[in-house]
Design a protein around this ligand. Structure first.
Ligand SMILES: *Cc1c(COP(=O)(O)O)cnc(C)c1O
Length: 389
């Protein structure tokens, strides 16, 4: 089977329009290319979207998460509860500030943190919960904030994947405690690299302004002071110009993603024995932004490995991703004492999950092509193995 590169269907691809490319050109010609007026405009536009809450942009979602921890004064000796089913940044930032990530297993249906297990993991050292919305499906905010309030914990929402998603009709970012968003190239909107943090007050935003630029406060007389240790995480105007162009299209992008997800639900062969993501019908409290469409495939029962499956799909011109192998099984976390069996749900999802192509520029027929390829790869094996369905 041969497929030309141009036919290859990747799992995702950013849609950048000509207006945005022109806006980047303007920034480059303006003589001011790093943090300046476009960053300010980007922050103000995001803030307006999030009900006027203070927003600050940084050069990655990872930086937004790390600075959120620093903003809360979380460091050595503290514990932070989070999920093992996320991008490694989620727990990596906890280590980066010198605190300890405490993993709690996931709910096998939503694949998000199992909030029923969180309270058992709280100790006197627990300071915060980092709550991830995997694939853009919001974690239960009612239960999350109920637990946080009862135990006086900060919440850092890792909404890297969930911009535009809603919980009980309210947009993620417009309520809650600290909310970190990513504008990495693979996210629903991008600034190539970038991120932002939504905060609660001007005071927090003022401290954040210092933390993202080496702790510097500039005085009107040209002097300066540094009274906290910060890092170098400011966003450039080049990136902000891309972000502004993308933000204008966020709702249209997410609407198209939702249509494509509906098509997957409609055409996915239910006899293949796959577990599909929760179908967030209009009445569901959690309305995702369909950052990813992930299926759990019964590789073992099909006598197939995930690696082999990915290879075979690639040969058909279809990209398949894995988001994510369970994080606690990475060497870094095994060296901290974790191992197989610690979080069985995350391990099962991590072993079986595949991410199917989903991005706004995809055509309806691309979904049909993916569904047909899945059927051709998995159905004969199911019949042969007898017990695949
Ligand atoms: C992408 C992502 C991050 C990190 O964002 P970057 O902009 O890549 O640094 C953090 N957490 C989750 C869940 C992500 O998907």
């Amino acid at each position: 089977m041969t497929t030309s590169i141009s036919d290859f269907l990747p799992i995702t691809r950013p849609s950048i329009d000509e207006d945005t490319i022109a806006a980047v050109g303007e920034v480059l010609r303006s003589g001011w290319i790093t943090s300046g007026p476009r960053v300010k405009e980007f922050e103000e536009t995001l803030s307006a979207r999030f009900g006027g809450r203070p927003v600050r942009a940084v050069n990655s979602g990872t930086a937004a998460l790390e600075l959120a921890l620093r903003l809360c004064g979380i460091g050595a000796g503290a514990e932070v509860i989070t999920t093992p089913m996320s991008w490694v940044a989620t727990a990596g930032v906890v280590l980066e500030v010198g605190a300890r990530p405490v993993f709690v297993d996931i709910d096998p249906v939503t694949r998000n943190l199992d909030l029923e297990r969180v309270e058992a993991a709280i100790t006197p050292r627990t300071r915060a919960i980092i709550a991830v919305d995997l694939a853009g499906l919001p974690l239960d905010r009612d239960r999350l904030y109920e637990i946080a309030q009862r135990h006086a914990l900060r919440v850092i929402e890792d909404a890297a994947q969930s911009i535009g998603a809603r919980w009980r009709g309210r947009e993620i970012g417009s309520f809650g405690d600290l909310v970190a968003i990513s504008f990495h190239a693979n996210k629903n909107i991008t600034s190539a690299e970038g991120g932002c943090l939504v905060m609660n007050s001007r005071e927090e935003a003022r401290l954040f302004d210092k933390l993202r630029l080496l702790g510097v406060t500039r005085h009107a007389d040209g002097g300066m002071d540094v009274d906290v240790q910060g890092c170098k995480a400011n966003l450039t105007d080049v990136a902000a110009a891309i972000g502004l162009g993308q933000l204008r299209r966020l709702d249209a992008f997410n609407a198209r993603r939702r249509e494509l997800a509906r098509l997957y639900f409609q055409h996915f062969d239910r006899t293949l024995g796959a577990e599909l993501p929760p179908d967030d019908a209009a009445s569901a409290p959690a309305q995702g932004n369909w950052h990813m469409f992930q299926a759990l495939l019964p590789f073992e029962r099909c006598g197939l490995t995930r690696g082999r499956f990915i290879e075979r799909m690639k040969a058909r011109g279809i990209g398949i991703g894995v988001h994510y192998p369970a994080m606690h099984l990475f060497t870094l976390f095994r060296n901290l004492g974790h191992g197989p069996g610690d979080f069985p749900q995350a391990e099962r999802v991590g072993a079986q999950t595949v991410t199917l192509p989903l991005f706004p520029a995809m055509r309806d027929e691309d979904v049909l092509r993916v569904c047909a390829a899945l059927r051709e790869e998995l159905a004969p094996r199911r019949a042969g193995a007898g017990a695949c369905a």
